[in-house]
Design a protein around this ligand. Structure first.
Ligand SMILES: N[C@@H](CCC(=O)N[C@@H](CS)C(=O)NCC(=O)O)C(=O)O
Length: 389
């Protein structure tokens, strides 16, 4: 299966959750909505509506998140996302459609772009528009959920289902525009219960942010370097804990990251000089690396270990190509940043590129622990071959 999506698309988020709950593996095709890739002829052949998500499966191309989720429900009935009794199914569908039919469509990117572009609506008015429609829908949902004995730990009973799949991404959208969630205690409780489940957590838009150096993809390369006598300086970012950071446009976010990582490099080089510097980064850390390699001459001879790099981030590959250095790139083929064309450019530049089949942005093979350990081993083989060369 191949899911055409965008990390921040809440309709794609619904499908990611459903695939997770059904324990189905899939390949990600990343359509960058902010860059208009949904309107490119190639994608229009996939979905003439120029919207994500779309799912390719069994020779078919499916569109519309609700149709896709019902397709998954029909083809993989266990665990069920809808209850059995018709009246209960109708309740769950009604809860879902409050979000999918009445809240989400009028807050969609193309609607917001029309408001600001064609109708010259201010950012402030746009925010009011956005939150007005979510608030109206959430008010109704809160009453429908709080006042009904069928509501359990989740929207319907004690197992997550279609209504939760719709509610959670919408709650994430509400958070982006800082909607006051105080009036919706039942919604908040259910969203918290959902987010405690790994299937919901794995599907969230900013998944991967918050990866720290005590986690495997960074921990093992560090141990390898330590065993070879390297002085180590760990830099763990906490941008994921900072409200609003993920919403920053590319330029101010990069300026902030560059300032921070340069300060870290200053600290690392304050007391002695080194013959060999190796910089290892994962995900957002690779953006920090690319800024340093592109702009800081102190890294002119450094080696780079680029783990799950953000290949689709604005200017990322160009910055990496802008400096000559020895480096290894490791990325999983189901990572949403996996991009064959960009990897070809990096290879042509002389970097060693290792793709790990089926691995995601955490170098995990979803739903398969042993295969995930194998993927991690493949990553470490690539890294140690490079470091020991
Ligand atoms: N009803 C559609 C809505 C899909 C949709 O609105 N997708 C948004 C992202 S959440 C999109 O692709 N927007 C692109 C745009 O507005 O240009 C579904 O449920 O799949």
């Amino acid at each position: 299966m191949k899911l055409y999506g965008y990390f921040r698309s809440s309709a794609a988020f619904r499908v990611r959750i459903a695939l997770g709950l059904k324990n189905l593996g899939y390949e990600n095709a990343f359509i960058h909505l902010r860059r208009g890739e949904q309107c490119a002829p190639g994608f229009l052949a996939t979905n003439p509506q120029a919207l994500v998500p779309a799912l390719a499966d069994d020779g078919a191309l499916l569109t519309q998140s609700m149709a896709i989720i019902e397709y998954l429900e029909e083809t993989h009935p266990t665990p069920p996302l809808l209850p059995r009794r018709p009246t209960e199914r109708a309740r769950v569908r009604a809860l879902s459609q409050v979000v999918a039919c009445d809240i989400h469509p009028i807050d969609n990117l193309r609607v917001l772009t029309y408001l600001t572009g064609e109708l010259k609506v201010t950012e402030e008015a746009l925010k009011r528009w956005y939150n007005h429609w979510i608030g109206l829908g959430f008010q109704a949902l809160e009453t429908m959920l709080a006042g009904n004995p069928a509501t359990g730990r989740f929207c319907h009973g004690d197992a997550p289902g279609l209504a939760d799949i719709c509610l959670v991404p919408q709650a994430f959208n509400a958070k982006r525009y800082a909607l006051d969630m105080a009036p919706y205690p039942t919604i908040r409780r259910i969203v918290d219960a959902c987010m405690a489940l790994p299937e919901f957590d794995a599907a969230r838009p900013e998944k991967g942010r918050g990866y720290r150096s005590n986690m495997p993809v960074l921990y093992y390369p560090m141990q390898h370097l330590r065993a070879r006598g390297a002085d180590l300086l760990n830099v763990d970012y906490t941008y994921d804990l900072e409200p609003g950071f993920t919403e920053l446009p590319a330029a101010p976010a990069q300026a902030r990251i560059e300032g921070d990582v340069r300060a870290a490099l200053d600290a690392a080089l304050a007391f002695r000089t080194y013959d060999q510097i190796t910089v290892v980064g994962k995900s957002l850390g690779t953006v920090a690396m690319s800024l340093l390699f592109a702009h800081d001459l102190r890294l002119a001879k450094a080696r780079g270990v680029w783990l799950t790099p953000l290949l689709r981030d604005e200017g990322f590959v160009d910055r990496v190509l802008g400096c000559r250095h020895r480096g290894v790139v490791v990325i999983g083929t189901t990572d949403s940043h996996h991009d064959a064309a960009q990897l070809t450019r990096l290879r042509a530049h002389g970097l060693s590129v290792v793709e790990i089949a089926g691995a995601d942005h955490s170098i995990e093979i979803r739903g398969d622990v042993m295969a995930s350990l194998g993927a991690l081993t493949s990553m470490m083989q690539a890294v140690t071959n490079f470091l020991d060369r």
